[in-house]
Design a protein around this ligand. Sequence first.
Ligand SMILES: NC(=O)c1ccc[n+]([C@@H]2O[C@H](COP(=O)([O-])OP(=O)(O)OC[C@H]3O[C@@H](n4cnc5c(N)ncnc54)[C@H](OP(=O)(O)O)[C@@H]3O)[C@@H](O)[C@H]2O)c1
Length: 312
Amino acid sequence: MNKYLKQYTWANIGSMLKNNSSLPKEAPQDFTGRLVVITGATSGIGYETARMYASRGADILCINRSPTKSKSLKDEILRDFGVSIDCHIADFSRISEVHACADMLAGLPRDIAGLIHNAGVYNTKKKFTADNVEEVFQVNYLASFIITYKLMEKLRAQDRARVIYVNSEGHRFAIAGFKPRDLGWERRRYTGLRGYGSAKTAQLLAMLGFAEYFEGSGATINAMHPGDVRTNMGENNGKIYRFFKHLLINPTARDPRLSAQALYYLGAFPDLDASNGKFYNYTTEEIPAPHALDHEMAETVWELSLDLGGLR
Ligand SMILES: NC(=O)c1ccc[n+]([C@@H]2O[C@H](COP(=O)([O-])OP(=O)(O)OC[C@H]3O[C@@H](n4cnc5c(N)ncnc54)[C@H](OP(=O)(O)O)[C@@H]3O)[C@@H](O)[C@H]2O)c1
């Protein structure tokens, strides 16, 4: 029996089920004059989150892969809210573009009040990037590691900074834990849920290291599950997957504006200034699966991310 199963507190699963159908809390505060950086803002949760922060007066900087969608987003936000918005183009399936994005952010002459790592992809079949890394691992996790790592000092030096990982309850699918010696999925069968769960688990493990680094400063890092919401996630997959997604998942999926409301609360509500290294389901704190709390594995993930991310 795998060691993590023995550590499971089944009441935590009960809490997760209850929280999945709850409504996120709302923060009444505004964000005027402060900068929020959002990755993957051209669709779904990121798009609604950019609109949410813009509606509260934030200056917006989006990191997107599509220049065309970025132009529409920028025009729309300017038209609807009149706030400052910029888009930087980076495809996270190319590590060189992730580095260029991180360097641009590290060189910004102003504070980053909120950094929301949202960009993500779901693949039903194993796929590798030009950097020869499994794509879901690179886009959903490694890119967020590289960016946060390169911004660590800047964020720690600020009076206040909130880093938020748009993670997932899907981390629980990596039930046997993160497997650092089989990143290429040669020894195990790849499935969409396993690949996705593994990438989200790596992100939660890396969060432990960043949270430790930020301790005692004005910077914090937390992760959240944004609900099961109707977005473009998975639409890149084949016809059969899409058929079942539209038939079985979409009808019960919720509105991504709820995720945006939660991401605004986690980024703006003052009482969360001391929350660091926590996992939220929408806006309710939860205990992640035991394999995402394994400190020894967290160190392994940290080291391999430095190697894969070219950060040595
Ligand atoms: N939907 C859910 O129920 C759910 C549940 C739990 C967690 N999440 C998480 O929520 C986050 C947002 O997902 P979503 O549901 O809003 O899906 P979505 O509508 O597909 O949005 C994903 C965003 O990521 C961007 N992206 C994808 N691949 C990229 C790449 N290689 N480089 C840069 N950006 C890239 C997409 O850009 P394009 O517009 O160019 O494709 C899009 O802006 C993800 O991290 C996902 O894992 C979603």
